[in-house]
Write a protein that binds this ligand. Structure first.
Ligand code: COA
Length: 194
């Protein structure tokens, strides 16, 4: 395992680069994902959630996976300027362990990872019902307040139904300019989002 690690009590939280994920980790993550995101339509997984993570933050309670988040980076062009964008997606805590700060710790390590990766700003997508807004606001994210656009697996440019939230990582300036802009935030040319 590598990257940023945090420890408190019996919970272990590790950032694991994708190349260091073993079969057990992948299987445990997949099993948790199926429980946490059972309501996500399969076609969305194949058409829009197609970005490849650079790694995952995994939380372990003893031998059992308690939570995870997938970490992403890419470059986008914002107002003619190349911007290093990071983010994380699929935040998930085992249902019986929620409300104990595991999600916050996992996201905290993900933000440290984005910092170490040299990302200038971070973006994530939430449901438009707003139920997780406060959770991510505590991680420094703010609602973008306008649509974002992505390139689908088939190469179409679309505006997903989700709401984008953005946070500063190494650049407050770019963060402020992205928030102040009025045009949809384009996450291409890389395909998909998280
Ligand atoms: C969102 C989630 C990762 C939070 O994990 P967690 O370990 O409970 O997080 P924490 O203990 O650090 O923080 C809990 C906060 O999350 C909020 N929360 C948001 N969505 C929640 C949900 N579906 N269930 C429980 N709590 C939720 C809680 O209300 C609490 O906020 P509060 O302190 O303002 O009341 C977890 O609830 C989960 O796995 N949900 C299902 C998957 C999901 O919806 N992921 C988010 C995709 S954007």
């Amino acid at each position: 395992m590598g990257g940023v690690t945090g420890d408190r009590g019996e919970l272990r939280v590790d950032y694991v680069p994708d190349g260091e994920m073993n079969e057990t980790m992948r299987a445990d993550k997949q099993a948790l994902q199926e429980v946490c995101f059972a309501d996500v339509p399969v076609e969305e997984l194949f058409e829009t959630f197609v970005a490849e993570p650079i790694g995952s933050v995994l939380a372990w309670s003893g031998e059992e996976m308690a939570g995870y988040v997938s970490v992403f980076t890419r470059s986008i062009v914002f107002k003619g300027q190349l911007v290093r964008l990071g983010g994380y997606g699929g935040t998930c805590t085992r249902a019986d362990l929620r409300g104990q700060g595991i999600g916050a710790r996992v996201c905290g390590v993900a933000m440290e990872t984005l910092h170490a990766e040299g990302c200038e700003i971070a973006m994530l997508a939430v449901d438009k019902d707003g139920s997780t807004n406060r959770f991510y606001e505590r991680q420094g994210y703010r609602v973008l307040g306008r649509p974002f656009e992505i390139v689908t697996a088939k190469g179409q440019r679309i505006s997903p139904d989700d709401v984008a939230m953005v946070a500063p990582v190494t650049s407050d300036d770019i963060f402020r300019r992205v928030l102040a802009d009025t045009r949809p935030l384009f996450l291409g040319p890389d395909k998909g989002y998280w």
